[in-house]
Design a protein around this ligand. Structure first.
Ligand code: AAE
Length: 659
């Protein structure tokens, strides 16, 4: 097959999909209830980002958000940051989930490398959530206290999260493949009372015992009062080696038949803390609110991904990525969520497609890198699996290039809806996303999300179309972070999003918005490493690499997506007499794997003489990234600010070889 050209039309939504979509239903509802007659998505989008108070209020009514006290006004003031949404309202995330479920329907279908395929009904989910919540309460957990999980993507993690939210406690999770320094850097900041953990996990057919890591985590977080240990890898891990630990089974048994109550919390009550790392300091602890997430996730999942009650919704994720939080959001609409824990490429890349067949999956969400790996390995799922029920594929983590789109249409199904989405941890959602109304063009994201005033700004802050610019959001959204934990005077929050354009959210991605409203993302406009959706600050990688004897300095950049290649090189400066041989490379990779995560192992390691730095000593990450992306030198580097100009030569030569 000839390679598809960027922008080539690959699919158009059939009239039946449009007609039966939630988006159409919402537009009909707006017409009937609000006398708002939009003739197209573009008209609706325009209204949603102009008359923002009425738009978000309409969602509140359309989704029939359950609240024990109503709001007094939708928005206090259009300002960013700090606008107050739905003041006076009292609600609860978990109550929204359980407000009208069908007891014997499946709420969760799960499988892992440790466990076979299993269904959990809504009644079971409700009962287990009630028991866990009661257990947390007896452990002294109150509204506002933090509960953290070092857990894989399995049913117990969802139970624990729903229980935590029902009390109004604040949730935070890390995947058990994260090393203890990474976990401690995150969890310690929020002083959690309770840790929920597994003893270990299986990945790619290998067992990883984590009991000693759990001990290190416990030792690193003095605020912890209790640990709940779920035997997942071993049947009988030795709970006595941990402080104040109780086994999951015992914890649940003590609270059997408990009834579930819901703490009515204000709209901006913290729901969870997600983490995002920059180049310096500890990872940012981003706090998102119960109400903001409920309304944003319903919008994203129900309108943009067209999830209906009972639809089987899957996203391949770990608990350390915001896509886990979005996946769980499927329960807000009583969809059935599908969890997979393990290596999606083990024993082969067929694993996910087989899971799709076995679960009669309707929406299959994954990362662009997974789809590209399937393509590279010549997979043809359509010839091997019955994917009749599959309606759509979602892709995120990095931009999906045209060849990824082509592979899906040629090898999975010619008549499915493939949507690529992008947003991120900061809002736990997507700014640019899918739509049941729009065609799919190779390499393009279908549309900007309702209620997200996404614009591309040039350096002067002027909106541009058909050109790459900074992705900004120029009107407030209820899902924007409430604050960062321990961020005196909102300093880091302001610096992260509002230091470039006053009162406008600068997201840190490059975007091109096309005339027809579709768009493309061109990766991070800063230097953060985003692998498999997990954002890791370069500083975390440096501290791992530079702790190795013989390594004196280092630099890492992620130029994945440039030319459709997955490329994250690490550059090291070595002590005199030390060679960058395979033993040292393996040592570096092992260190990154154990202290950061396996996803942050570089594609290659190069020896350099000097790390290029600014006059005041900062590593030149973004300029080097730009050089390697073949951006013209004068645009990539502000040469006057470079302290050791000669150090750039190496990268200029390397760019010639890789591009
Ligand atoms: C929706 C997203 O933006 C996911 C990610 O790439 O982290």
């Amino acid at each position: 097959m000839a390679p598809v050209k960027e922008g080539a039309l690959l699919w158009e939504p059939p009239a039946s999909l449009k007609k039966q979509s939630n988006m159409q239903y919402y537009m009909n509802w707006l017409y009937k209830e609000k006398a708002l007659d939009f003739k197209s998505y573009e008209e609706l989008l325009d209204w949603s980002v102009t008359d923002i108070e009425r738009f978000w209020e309409s969602l509140w009514e359309f989704f029939d958000i359950k609240a024990s006290a109503s709001y007094t006004r939708v928005l206090d003031e259009r300002k960013m940051p700090g606008s107050k949404w739905f003041e006076g309202a009292k609600l609860n995330y978990t109550e929204q989930v359980f407000r009208h479920f069908t007891p014997n329907d499946s709420a969760i279908i799960s499988q892992s490398e440790v466990r076979p395929l299993d269904h959990m009904t809504w009644q079971e989910l409700y009962d287990k959530t009630a028991s866990f919540a009661s257990g947390l309460k007896s452990a002294g957990v109150k509204s506002g206290d933090r509960v953290v999980a070092y857990m894989p993507n399995i049913t117990e993690t969802v139970v624990a999260f729903l229980a935590c939210a029902s009390i109004g406690a604040v949730w935070s999770s890390c995947s058990p493949d994260f090393g203890s320094p990474t976990v401690i850097d995150r969890f310690k900041q929020i002083e959690p009372k309770v840790l929920i953990t597994v003893d270990g996990y299986r990945y790619g057919g290998k067992d990883f015992d984590r009991m000693s890591t759990v001990k290190e985590i416990q030792n690193g977080i003095p605020a912890l009062e209790k640990t709940i240990l779920l035997p997942y890898l071993q049947e009988n891990p030795d709970a006595d080696t941990l402080h104040e630990a109780v086994l999951w089974k015992q914890f649940m048994a003590e609270h059997k038949n408990a009834s579930l109550t819901y703490e009515a919390v204000p709209f901006d009550h913290p729901l969870w803390v997600l983490y995002s790392s920059g180049t310096t300091g500890l990872p940012k602890a981003i706090v998102q609110g119960q109400g903001g997430i409920i309304i944003e996730h319903l919008k994203q999942l129900v309108l943009h991904m067209d999830l209906h009650k009972g639809d089987r919704f899957f996203w391949f994720t770990t608990t350390g990525w915001m896509m886990w939080n979005l996946l769980v959001g499927g329960l807000l609409n009583q969809s059935t969520i599908l969890l997979y824990d393990g290596n999606p490429g083990y024993p082969s890349l067929d694993t996910v497609w087989k899971f799709a067949e076995d679960t009669e999956m309707k929406v299959l969400g994954t990362s662009a890198s997974f789809l590209l790996a399937c393509r590279k390995n010549g997979l043809k799922p359509k010839e091997q699996f019955n994917l009749d029920k599959l309606m759509s594929i979602g892709s995120t983590g990095s931009p999906l290039p045209p060849e990824g789109f082509q592979w899906v249409y040629e090898n999975v199904k010619s008549d499915l809806w493939l949507f690529s989405i992008s947003g991120g941890t900061d809002v736990c959602s997507a700014f640019v996303t899918g739509s049941p109304f729009h065609p799919v063009h190779a390499g393009n994201i279908q549309c900007r999300a309702l209620g997200s005033k996404v614009e591309a700004y040039d350096e002067k802050g002027t909106p541009i179309t058909d050109e790459v610019g900074e992705l900004v959001i120029s009107e407030p959204m209820p899902s924007m972070p409430l604050y960062f934990w321990n961020d005196e005077g909102n300093e880091r929050y302001l610096d992260s999003y509002f230091s470039t354009y006053t009162g406008v959210w600068r997201h840190g991605d490059w975007i091109k918005i096309n005339q027809d409203g579709s768009c493309q993302i061109y990766g991070r406009s800063d230097s953060t490493i985003n692998r498999g959706g997990i954002r890791m600050g370069t500083s975390e990688i440096y501290s791992a690499v530079e702790s190795i004897k013989g390594v004196t300095d280092s630099l890492i950049v992620d130029v994945s997506n440039h030319n459709g290649k997955d490329f994250m090189p690490l550059f090291v400066v070595l002590e005199k007499g030390i060679n960058l041989d395979d033993t040292l490379k393996n040592k570096i990779n092992k260190q990154i794997k154990e202290t950061c995560s396996p996803r942050h192992i570089p594609n290659d390691i190069y020896e350099i003489q000097e790390v290029p730095r600014t006059l005041n000593g900062k590593k030149l990450e973004v300029p080097i990234k730009k050089i390697l992306m073949d951006v013209p030198f004068e645009k990539a580097v502000n040469i006057d600010s470079v302290g050791n100009k000669k150090a750039l030569d190496y990268f200029i030569d390397l760019a010639k070889n890789i591009n």
